[in-house]
Ligand binder design. Structure first.
Ligand code: ASP
Ligand code: MG
Length: 428
C-alpha cells in the first residue's frame, strides 16, 4: 500500500462528466489499496472567467479580494469531486488550502509555500477517507488571509502535499500523456519520454513547455518528490521526473531511464524582442538600459550586444522579454532616451524561441553544431543565441518556428514512429 498524491488540472474537471471520470480514477487507486490525496484545479477556464469578472467591476481589483475570489474556483471543484466520490460509495473529504495547512507568504497572487501542516489531511486519511485539497491556495499566518500561488499553482500544491506527507509519488494529471520530446501540436511525431531529469524539466518548462510548472518541479527537486506526469484520458504510464538519486518505481513497465544527449526541443512564441539602436559604447550604458527595463517590471531573457562600429563608437543591444512586458519597457526606455543617449528603439513581436535541452550536453561536443546545421539546411536564419550548461536557445522568425522545431527534432534523432495523441488541447 502506498500513499499517492494526485493532481488534476482544470481541463480534467471541466464539467460534470469529467468530474465523474476523475472520481472513478481516484476510486480505482483507492480500490487498489492506496491512500489517496488529491489536489484539484478549478473547473475548465473558471479562473480566467473569475479574473474577467473582477476586471469588469474594478480596473485594478484589490489583491486580497482577488485571492478571495480566485480561490473560490477550486472550492467548487473540490466539493463536486468529493460528492462524486461519495456517490460511488467511498468516503471523501474536501479541504480548502488553509484547512489542509498550506501556509504561505502574504504575497497575494504570487504567494510561496513556506510550511505545510497537513494535520487534517492525516486525520482524514486515518479515518479511511480520500482527501481532496483545493489547489492553488493557502493561508498567511500574519495577515490571516487567504492567498493564491500564481497561475498554475495547483501543481505546487500537489508537490508540497506529497513532500509533507512523505508520499510515494505525486501524479500530475493533464490532457497530455506525459512529457514529450517536443510539443506534439508543433512536432506531430514527438515521442513521450519515459523519464526526464528534473534539471532538464526545469529548462524545458522555462523555455516554453507547458505540461508542468517550474515552481512545482523546483519544489519537487528540493524535497525529493517523485513526479509522474500522466494523462487523465488514458491509463498508460506517463513520464517520471527524476531528481538527483531518484529512480522509477519498481514494476513500472516502459519506465526505463533514458539518457539521450538531447531530451527535447521546446518552442516559445510568447516573447518579443526590443533593440536599442545606437547606444554609446562606453562603460555603464548596459547598466542604465537594464535598470530602466527592470524598473518597468519586465523580465528580460536573452541579451545580445553587437560589436560597435568603429566609425561611430555606437552599438546595438537587443533583448527578449515576454510580449506582455514589451510596451511598458518601451515606454520606460523612450522616456529616458536623452539621458542614455541611444538613437532609437525597434520593437519586434514576431519572434519565436527554440531551445534544445539535454543533460548530456555537458559531456558531449558537437551539440550546437547539429542545431545550426539543421537550421541552415532548413533555411532558417538565427537572430540570437544563448546557452546554459544543458540548453542552447535560438531566436528565429516566429512563422518559421514550427518548421525549425521539426527539422531540429529530426536532426537529434528524436522522431518517434507514430503520431503523438493529442486529447483536448490545452496541455493542462
Ligand atoms: N486554477 C488556477 C489557474 O488556472 C490554478 C491551476 O490551475 O493550477 O491558474
Ligand atoms: Mg486552471
Amino acid at each position: 500500500m502506498a500513499l499517492i498524491v494526485q493532481k488534476y488540472g482544470g481541463s480534467s474537471v471541466a464539467d460534470a462528466e469529467s468530474i465523474k471520470r476523475v472520481a472513478k480514477r481516484i476510486v480505482d487507486a483507492r480500490r487498489a489499496g492506496h491512500d489517496v490525496v488529491v489536489a484539484v484545479s478549478a473547473m475548465g477556464d473558471t479562473t480566467d472567467e473569475l479574473l474577467d469578472l473582477a476586471h469588469a467591476v474594478a480596473p485594478i481589483p484589490a489583491p486580497r479580494e482577488l485571492d478571495m475570489l480566485l480561490s473560490s474556483g477550486e472550492r467548487i471543484s473540490m466539493a463536486l469531486l468529493a460528492m462524486a466520490i461519495h456517490s460511488m460509495g467511498f468516503e471523501a473529504r474536501s479541504l480548502t488550502g488553509s484547512q489542509a495547512g498550506m501556509i504561505t507568504t502574504a504575497h497575494h497572487g504570487a504567494a510561496r509555500i513556506v510550511d505545510v501542516t497537513p494535520v487534517r489531511v492525516r486525520e482524514a486519511l486515518d479515518e479511511g477517507a480520500i482527501v481532496i485539497v483545493a489547489g492553488f491556495q493557502g493561508f498567511n499566518r500574519d495577515t490571516r488571509d487567504i492567498t493564491t500561488l500564481g497561475r498554475g499553482g495547483s501543481d505546487t500544491t500537489a508537490v508540497a502535499l506529497a513532500a509533507a506527507l512523505g508520499a510515494d509519488v505525486c501524479e500530475i494529471y493533464s490532457d497530455v500523456d506525459g512529457i514529450f520530446t517536443a510539443d506534439p501540436r508543433v512536432v506531430p511525431n514527438a515521442r513521450k519520454l519515459s523519464t526526464v531529469g528534473a534539471e532538464e524539466m526545469l529548462e524545458l518548462a522555462a523555455n516554453g513547455a507547458k505540461v508542468l510548472y517550474i515552481r512545482a518541479v523546483e519544489y519537487a527537486r528540493r524535497h525529493g518528490v517523485l513526479i509522474h506526469a500522466r494523462s487523465t484520458f488514458s491509463s498508460g504510464v506517463g513520464t517520471f521526473v527524476l531528481g538527483p538519486g531518484m529512480t522509477v518505481p519498481e514494476g513500472v513497465e516502459g519506465g526505463e531511464v533514458e539518457e539521450p544527449i538531447v531530451a527535447g526541443v521546446a518552442t516559445d512564441l510568447s516573447q518579443a524582442k526590443i533593440t536599442v539602436i545606437g547606444v554609446p559604447d562606453v562603460p555603464g550604458k548596459a547598466a542604465e538600459i537594464f535598470k530602466i527595463v527592470a524598473r518597468s517590471g519586465a523580465n528580460v531573457d536573452m541579451i545580445v550586444q553587437n560589436v560597435s562600429a568603429a566609425a561611430t563608437g555606437r552599438t546595438d543591444i537587443s533583448f527578449t522579454l515576454p510580449k506582455a512586458d514589451a510596451s511598458a519597457a518601451l515606454r520606460a526606455l523612450a522616456a529616458e532616451q536623452q539621458q542614455v543617449g541611444f538613437e532609437s528603439l525597434v520593437h519586434d513581436d514576431q519572434i519565436g524561441k527554440l531551445s534544445v535541452v539535454g543533460a548530456g550536453m555537458r559531456a558531449h561536443s558537437g551539440v550546437s553544431a547539429t542545431l545550426f546545421e539543421a537550421l541552415s539546411t532548413a533555411g532558417v536564419n538565427i537572430e540570437m543565441i544563448s546557452t546554459s550548461e544543458i540548453r542552447i536557445s535560438v531566436v528565429v522568425r516566429g512563422d518559421e518556428l514550427a518548421d525549425a522545431a521539426r527539422v531540429v527534432h529530426t536532426a537529434y534523432g528524436l522522431d518517434g514512429d507514430t503520431e503523438a495523441v493529442v486529447y483536448a488541447g490545452s496541455g493542462r
